[in-house]
Design a protein around this ligand. Sequence first.
Ligand code: GLY
Length: 364
Amino acid sequence: MKVTIVGAGIVGAAVAYELASRGAQVRLIDVRGSGQGATLASAGILAPYIEGHSADLLRLGLCSLDRYDSFITRVATDAQRAIEYRRLGTLQVARTDDEAWQLEQAARVLAGSSVPHTYLDGNAARNIEPSLAEGVRAGLLVPQHGYVGVASLMSALQEAARRHGTTLSIARVNRIDLCDGGVRVETSEDSPVADAVVVAAGSWSGGIPMAPAVPPPVRPVRGQLLQLRFPEPLISHVVWGTASYLVPWEDGSVLVGATVEDAGFDERVTVAGVRQLLESAEEIVPAIGSATFDDARAGLRPATADDLPIIGRSSTMRGVYYATGHYRSGVLLAPLTAVMIADLVLDGRECPELALARPDRFGL
Ligand code: GLY
């Protein structure tokens, strides 16, 4: 089966890899190449018990996290490349009574579901993360959380997909149409026809003309991210505060993210964004001022009205599928999305979680 995937970010690449590894003939199309959109500025945090703000999002996140170990092993083996992936736990911290109360409630919910966790007072939190500020009053440790180094994952996914025959075309997609032989993607270079087309263009998914389908209602939400370097190792867990988070990479650098901004399609880093991140991170870890800058980047998260992704088949265009709108969870949900789409496209099989992300809830 021939499949064209529009968008080569983390979701498009994971879908391409999954389809190609099951024998499909896959072509990825992206005007900027691989992983140059939101993926580039993702911290790669895998923390569904923090970011799963609704029951449906939590279920999708847990289901995908369950797949992560085997996903990483498969991709690294197929690509023959190392992927930075560590389940070192998250430490969510509270600085006010209200935040501490909220952490206590979160701990109760975890206890009710038998999820391993530890609720800590401020001193106990500083015992495991000595660089935390004196103002930190409480912490919630969830050991099964972690992060994946997105650059290493993207590079391995691209190589693994390539070894399974996937090709990548750098081209602008002008429209998607139904035609006699299947679905045609008209690009700035050529117009390939495939049996199936997967729209995985993140924030740009809504800008592709697709008659008779309406464009997916996805809007960009900018996230700015800093990569800092410290003279000494700073933290050993992902540290999550109310206005920023910190992720310790193996190379000694620390990612500090992320702003949440309505800035249209503006992908630039701003002084206000950097200042906001530094100030909020300093409230958690006062040593932030001793860092040097490795990098500052920005990406556009593809948001939907209900914060859930759009995954599944189009109800108006036969052979068209969506894998978009993952908002803050593209990296976490990539393995699950890839399996959902591959099951659907290749075997017509609907995994139960597909009901949570149906495109037809937006008339798609
Ligand atoms: N998932 C973290 C973020 O979007 O900032």
